[in-house]
Design a protein around this ligand. Structure first.
Ligand code: APR
Ligand code: PHB
Length: 390
């Protein structure tokens, strides 16, 4: 098979890029390691910044998001039993975020690819990338016992943190930066009405907690737990009781609980790989960078990569101008690092660090009281939470 762009990974990054390029007449194939059901079984965050929502509309995938997604003009931060409101609308020039689950968004992207007859291979085993430094790269994968070869102009590595694409960049070219946090988030999904119409991030002596949602009948809650904990260590009752203890009293009093329909623990990690391109390979999304979920930046940072890559590819194919592709890594990384900074800042602000010293505790308290005593500080928070411009 021959295509213009071979995309590895059928997560949000790969699917969105392939849909956008297809609409501009650029031929792509998406190679996904797992089945569609497997990809759609993953539960991930669901806060979209405006730039992401606009990209979904441009990709003709925004209809259900606009109908079912909820616009949030603010969120809360609770600490010392007090609920503080962060007015995103007021502090970010009328901006807001859309709460719409990543699973639903991925489903919409798959449906859009199907509608246009997009080429998508599931269960593509042993994907490997070849001749990336040449003008004629190719990709191979195994389909049952048969090896399939795809010749292309460009390869996009959108295969997530554990994918093969980043690993195809020679070790002496690639530089990796990583910070692993000494705790995880235990998340529970339940068919209950959310405790609050807006998200609540909780800083508490017992550890961080988050009250989020997928809809008005589906809630998503998290509590910070030690990395040694396993989901089975936590009965539903133990989870709800710990969550209640960390919430302000007035919030705990209105919490509606129910059986968990999903329970999992996610470790928190910050990671960046540089550069994000090598020869004819371009990395996008989790393949190149990971953030802890605290600032809801993961999916949104993937979206800015897709935006830059999409425009650079269109310029290359329309006018032969390859300067956007040459500048891609530098441009994408500039925004990636800002998202890293923000996610790190929110993580440091809100969590209990097991090995902290008293001095750091006092700094954390000061950071929090400063935040709610300064409009400038709130503006900084809001500007980053709704997403910096692409
Ligand atoms: N070959 C083909 N596909 C692969 C391979 C491989 N060797 N390795 C992984 N994949 C697939 C995964 O199965 C997954 O479906 O690549 C896809 C990558 O998707 P994601 O991990 O979702 O990454 P991305 O599309 O960049 O999405 C951005 O933002 O909110 C965050 O982490 C969250 O997934 C989210 C991300
Ligand atoms: C979620 O709803 O899963 C969620 C929301 C906001 C975050 C992280 C996760 O910052």
């Amino acid at each position: 098979m021959r295509v213009q762009v071979c995309i590895i990974g059928g997560g949000p990054s790969g699917l969105l890029l392939s849909q956008l390029l297809h609409l501009q007449g650029i031929d792509t194939v998406v190679l996904e390691k797992y089945s569609r059901d497997h990809v759609l079984g993953r539960i991930r965050a669901g806060v979209l910044e405006r730039g992401f929502a606009e990209l979904m509309r441009e990709a003709q995938c925004g209809e259900r998001m606009d109908r079912e997604g909820e616009i949030h003009n603010g969120f809360h931060i609770a600490h010392d039993g007090v609920l503080h409101h962060v007015d995103l609308h007021k502090y970010s020039h009328g901006n807001s975020v859309t709460v719409y689950g990543q699973t639903e968004l991925t489903r919409d992207l798959y449906e859009a690819r199907d509608r246009l007859g997009g080429k998508l291979v599931h269960n593509a085993a042993d994907v490997s990338l070849h001749d990336l430094a040449s003008d004629a790269p190719h990709v191979t994968y195994r389909d049952g016992g048969r090896e399939v070869r795809i010749d292309c102009d460009y390869v996009v590595g959108a295969d997530g943190f554990h994918g093969v694409s980043r690993k195809s960049i020679p070790k002496d070219v690639l530089r990796e930066y990583e910070k692993v946090y000494p705790f995880g988030w235990l998340g529970v999904l339940s068919r209950t009405k959310p405790v609050s119409p807006e998200l609540i991030y909780v800083k508490h002596d017992r550890g961080f907690a988050l009250c989020s949602m997928r809809s008005q009948v589906l809630s998503r809650y998290y509590i910070q737990v030690p990395l040694t904990d396993k989901p089975d260590d936590w009965s539903d009752e133990a989870f709800w009781s710990e969550l209640r203890r960390r919430m302000p009293l007035e919030v705990a009093a209105r919490l509606i609980t129910g059986p968990s329909i999903e329970k999992s623990i996610a470790p928190l990690r910050s990671f960046v790989a540089e550069p994000m391109s090598y020869g004819r390979l371009f990395l996008a999304g989790d393949a190149a960078h990971i953030v802890p979920p605290t600032g809801a930046r993961g999916l949104n940072t993937a979206a800015s990569d897709v935006y830059y890559l999409y425009h650079a590819m269109v310029a290359r194919y329309r006018t032969g101008d390859g300067s956007g592709l040459n500048a891609y890594s530098q441009k994408a990384l500039a925004r990636v690092w800002k998202a890293q900074r923000f996610s790190w800042w929110m993580t440091m602000l809100l969590h209990r660090f097991p090995d902290r010293i008293e001095y750091e505790d006092r700094l954390q308290q000061t950071e929090m009281s400063y935040l709610f005593s300064s409009e400038t500080a709130l503006r900084l928070l809001a500007e980053n939470y709704v997403g910096l411009p692409f």
